[in-house]
Write a protein that binds this ligand. Structure first.
Ligand code: UD1
Length: 405
């Protein structure tokens, strides 16, 4: 695998930022926005609420001046999990919101109890009946909200609820992911007064209103990790352009420990690998800056052919080993016991007909297919398309033989 690849804009940063545009009555121009089904679903939600949207060449232009509805249809709510991030902006802007549950998904139940508990503490009345959530807020009550777990979505939703409000809201045990920092930067660029994102305590001094903005979304660290993992197990020399090495610090140091050569420059990460990877002992997923759960499947595909055993401990999601059975069809040696998966590297894996069951698990199967002997046919590609603009173009540009049927 050889060449250069442009890292796309971050999906997980784009979704809360698109939701945040609902807080502003003036035009928001959001650049480096990945062209994904979830991006388009978020824009459709804004349209359904009464906003105007345009999307071309990775730039979303949103005018939410005419937002007048507070209800999101069941169909759009269920089209993506992140639709729940509209709850905060809608309650803030309209004083009420009606949504249905975003529901479970392929990687586990994914409840939103932490979002709702925090909202109640901040004065939002919530009624949950018949699969719907009715939120009403006549008087926002600022104060300190302690999250029992540093949930990414709950942290973002609280920021979105309280950015335009009266008083000071503090989130303790906040999630520290780079996407939270990006949301803070976006909101502040519109005139919000938020500080502390990236640490465990975020302070939000409510402002009266937000102004128009032009903003570029950060690059996607999981996309970058996907490319890095592919090079690590297939071998090669690839430069990731528009990558943020700081966001990738842990995964890059782990790939280095397993035998890759990594060099970083401004906005660039070069990954070279010319020998068989060495197993890493134990990989435990945890909130940022720990090892990302979104990279677990990607690393597992790479370490399926590494020297030695690597034990994965999935601490964030309860059911995130759907890719294991498919990797095993290719000959991978993996034993799962609850949240543990022990991967003993074999000399090679073989191509097979396999099925993607979720986004990152699906991307892991692409990595496995690229490193396997013989042809691999992956179905369920729509899961992969949720996070990658065109996974086949990314890897064929690096010399891989991959095409969409
Ligand atoms: C975000 C990311 C996702 C990533 C995850 C963890 C987006 C769009 N998605 O998802 O790619 O895998 O962070 O890094 O940014 N939980 C509860 N109750 C809640 C909220 C969460 O029990 O109210 C649990 C979840 O079920 C899960 C864990 O907390 O087990 C982490 O969830 P959370 O951090 O909220 O992840 P998301 O925001 O859904």
């Amino acid at each position: 695998m050889c060449g250069e690849v442009d890292v796309q804009g971050s999906k997980n940063a784009a979704l809360p930022i698109l939701a945040a545009s609902v807080l502003c009555s003036e035009e928001c121009v959001i650049g480096n926005c990945p062209d994904l089904a979830d991006t388009r679903a978020a824009l459709e939600i804004i349209g359904q609420l009464g906003g105007k949207t345009e999307f071309a060449e990775h730039t979303a232009v949103i005018d939410a001046g005419n937002i007048h509805k507070h209800e999101i249809s069941n169909e759009l709510m269920s089209s993506m999990r992140s639709s729940v991030l509209f709850l905060g902006p809608l309650v803030s802007r309209m004083g009420r919101a009606t949504i249905s549950y975003p529901g479970g998904c392929a990687i586990g139940l994914r409840p939103i109890d932490l979002h709702l508990k925090a909202f109640r503490e901040l004065g939002v009345e919530i009624e949950e009946t018949g699969g719907c959530i009715y939120c009403k807020c006549d008087k926002f009550v600022s104060g300190t909200v302690n999250l029992l777990f540093p949930s990414v979505g709950a942290t973002e939703n609280i920021m979105l609820l309280s950015a335009v409000s009266e008083g000071e809201t503090v989130i303790t045990n906040a999630a520290r992911e780079p996407e939270i920092v990006d949301l803070q930067n976006f909101l502040n660029a519109m005139g919000a007064k938020i500080s502390g994102a990236g640490s465990e305590i975020i302070r939000i001094i409510g402002v009266e209103k937000l102004q128009k903005v032009e903003y570029n979304i950060i690059s996607d660290r999981i996309f970058a990790t996907t490319c890095a993992c592919a090079v690590a197990c297939c071998g090669g020399d690839v430069v990731l352009k528009n990558a943020n090495a700081e966001h990738l610090r842990l995964v890059l140091s782990m790939l280095k420990d397993s035998g890759c050569k990594i060099s970083t420059g401004k906005g660039r990460v070069r990954i070279q690998c010319s020998e068989r990877l060495k197993g890493l002992g134990k990989i435990i997923t945890s909130p940022y800056p720990g090892f990302p759960t979104d990279a677990q499947a990607l690393f597992m595909a790479s370490f399926a052919t590494a020297e030695g055993t690597t034990v994965f401990v999935e601490n964030i999601f309860e059911s995130r080993y759907k890719h294991v059975s498919e990797l095993m069809k290719m000959g991978a040696d993996i034993i799962v016991d609850g949240r543990l998966a022990a991967v003993t590297g074999c000399n090679y894996i073989q191509g097979a007909k396999i099925t993607a069951g979720d986004l990152r698990g699906g991307a892991a199967l692409v990595i496995a297919g690229l490193s396997a002997i013989g042809d691999t046919e992956i179905s369920g590609v729509e899961h992969i398309d949720r996070g990658y603009e065109s996974v086949e173009n990314v890897f064929s540009a690096l010399g891989a033989m991959i095409k969409r049927k």
